[in-house]
Design a protein. Structure first.
Ligand code: SAM
Length: 219
């Protein structure tokens, strides 16, 4: 059996400290700089009654958008921050099942009684998860046959004006955010080992990056 990695010491507490108060302004402020989330959601193309797990779901903003677009979808969310989960729970009520956990080691069978999902999403969280490669590898295993993994996060900002890119990177670093330049390469390589195929995309001059991987249907 493969051991599931635990959270970096103090990380859950750091996330709770960061979001304890800011979670109340999160949805309002992030719509001005977490670009690419709605593009990721539009691409989900959920089957009727399909299941969705958002890893590191935060305030539940994305799950709420998914619920509006696909009213019959079965929704699940997890996050390391119990503070963020308070906001998600207030927003989603019984519309989504929620659980606290570390993305790299999260076991949804134990938390929700379901091991795999038609769609798994990670939105603007790999840049904050210390063991992000393990989180992506774990997420890949949670995709059901015929399903897909969708990740969006900050990119390398390579095609933004140089000063703007430098200012943005410095500002993000103050908030524990590190853009993962090898996110697409890592996800595609890890997915290929599981027989999954996909592609990466960039948006807004590299401000954000998206990666999508599909698991073949069961034979
Ligand atoms: C920038 S917020 C993104 C929230 C949401 N996905 C969105 O798109 O609005 C990052 C989230 O990642 C969560 N997070 C950070 N490290 C995590 C980890 N190791 N495991 C699970 N969640 C984590 C934080 O608590 C926070 O809710």
């Amino acid at each position: 059996m493969t051991a599931r990695p635990a959270a970096a010491p103090g990380h859950a507490a750091a996330m709770d400290a960061m979001y304890r108060w800011t979670r109340h302004l999160y949805d309002l402020t992030r719509k001005y700089y977490l670009f690419g989330r709605d593009r990721m959601i539009r691409d989900l193309d959920l089957p009727r009654g399909g299941t969705v797990l958002e890893m590191a779901c935060g305030t539940g903003r994305n799950l709420a958008v998914i619920a509006r677009a696909w009213p019959r979808a079965e929704l699940y969310g997890m996050d390391i921050s119990t503070e963020m989960l308070k906001s998600a729970s207030a927003k989603l009520g019984s519309r989504a099942a929620l659980a606290q956990g570390e993305a790299a080691g999260f076991d949804p069978a134990a938390a929700f009684g379901r091991a795999q999902f038609d769609r798994v999403t990670i939105s603007f969280a790999t840049s904050m998860i210390p063991s992000w490669e393990a989180a992506v590898s774990n997420a890949l295993t949670l995709v059901a046959p015929g399903g897909s993994l969708h990740i969006v996060d900050f990119g390398d900002m390579a095609h933004l004006p140089r000063l703007l890119g430098a200012v943005l990177r410095a500002w993000l670093a103050r908030y524990h955010v590190t853009p993962r330049h090898d996110l697409v390469a890592h996800a595609l390589t890890a997915g290929a080992k599981l027989g999954m195929r996909g592609h990466g995309e960039r948006g807004m001059g590299g401000y954000y990056q998206l990666v999508t991987l599909h698991r073949p249907p069961a034979a």
